[in-house]
Design a protein around this ligand. Structure first.
Ligand code: GLU
Length: 291
């Protein structure tokens, strides 16, 4: 029997807070209960915002919490060629297209549509969907713009991609952390429109890197925050297009901040390093987050 494999996958673009502590410790607990493995993955594709100092902080905070993980730790910035290879497959199959519009151009385009763009569809995060202009560009025009050196990102043609996917594309979600029961969730990647698969400066995006790594690392159970629940639909579609076998998912509750709102990396008072310096013990952190 193969061991169940869990992972905690933080991004070193800020300090870890109580929400990360909950996610990391829950992964550890679930892996231990299942007699499985726990991996740590550093998601640092955003080379402009991720720093070695934040990464060192992640290791320090997790060790302090008592988390143990398998070595070596996978660092995404060291694997761009693997993501590139997957991207090339999507390019060859014409499932992605070069998207040239800047944020300003997107805003201007949407504002010019009826009612100053008030009816323009938004993704689950409230961001306007990408306009359909670039998807419709003739191949000659695309090639000409690329040759000219115009910056572009690769975006998924979600309608073309869904046409390839089996009807009723879905994922398996655990109903709670005991993993006693599951339910099937319908993947609705269209809600995100034509998502970015590779950014302007790097040959991947969060979604592409995460599905490639989960598959390469043999992750069987993805345990992460509720905030990524609807992103799972996009990831499920990418897995299908790339022939990667999907893990099972559990999206856990989020730890609210002192004001009842979602924790962010800028909320210094709930940062693990700050709590440690204020004299809090790992045991008290567990109590605070209800573990
Ligand atoms: N790196 C992501 C984050 O820091 C988590 C990705 C995931 O768990 O799928 O929010």
């Amino acid at each position: 029997m193969t061991l169940l494999t869990f992972r905690f996958a933080p991004s070193p673009n800020g300090e870890l807070h109580l929400g990360h502590a909950y996610s990391a410790l829950l992964n550890q607990e679930m892996a231990a209960r299942a007699g499985g493995r726990l991996l740590l993955r550093i998601e640092d594709i955003d080379i402009a915002r991720c720093t070695p100092e934040f990464e060192a902080g992640i290791f320090r905070d997790l060790k302090w919490l008592g988390l143990g993980w398998e070595e070596p730790v996978r660092r995404q910035s060291e694997h761009f060629s693997e993501y590139r290879a997957m991207l090339d497959r999507l390019i060859a199959e014409e499932l992605v297209y070069p998207a040239f519009m800047s944020r300003g151009e997107i805003r201007a385009f949407i504002a010019e549509t009826g009612k100053r763009g008030r009816d323009w569809p938004l993704d689950p995060d409230g961001v306007p969907l990408y306009p359909p202009l670039d998807r419709a560009l003739p191949m000659k025009e695309r090639k000409w713009r690329i040759a000219e050196g115009r910056p572009f990102a690769w975006r998924l043609d979600v309608d073309a991609a869904m046409a390839r996917a089996p009807s009723g594309l879905s994922w398996v979600e655990f109903t709670d952390e005991t993993m006693a029961a599951t339910r099937t969730v319908e993947a609705r990647p269209q809600a995100w429109g034509d998502v970015i698969v590779a950014r302007r400066d790097i040959p991947t995006s969060y979604h592409l890197a995460v599905v490639v790594d989960d598959a390469l690392q043999g992750v069987s159970h993805v345990v992460r925050g509720q905030d990524l629940y609807s992103a799972t639909g996009v990831q499920r579609l990418l897995q299908d297009l790339l022939g990667l076998s999907p893990p099972r998912y559990f999206h856990h509750r989020l730890i609210p901040g002192p004001d009842g709102r979602k924790l962010s990396k800028s909320l210094r008072d709930t940062g693990l390093a700050a709590l440690r310096q204020a004299g809090m013990s790992p045991q008290e952190v567990r109590q605070l987050i209800g573990l």
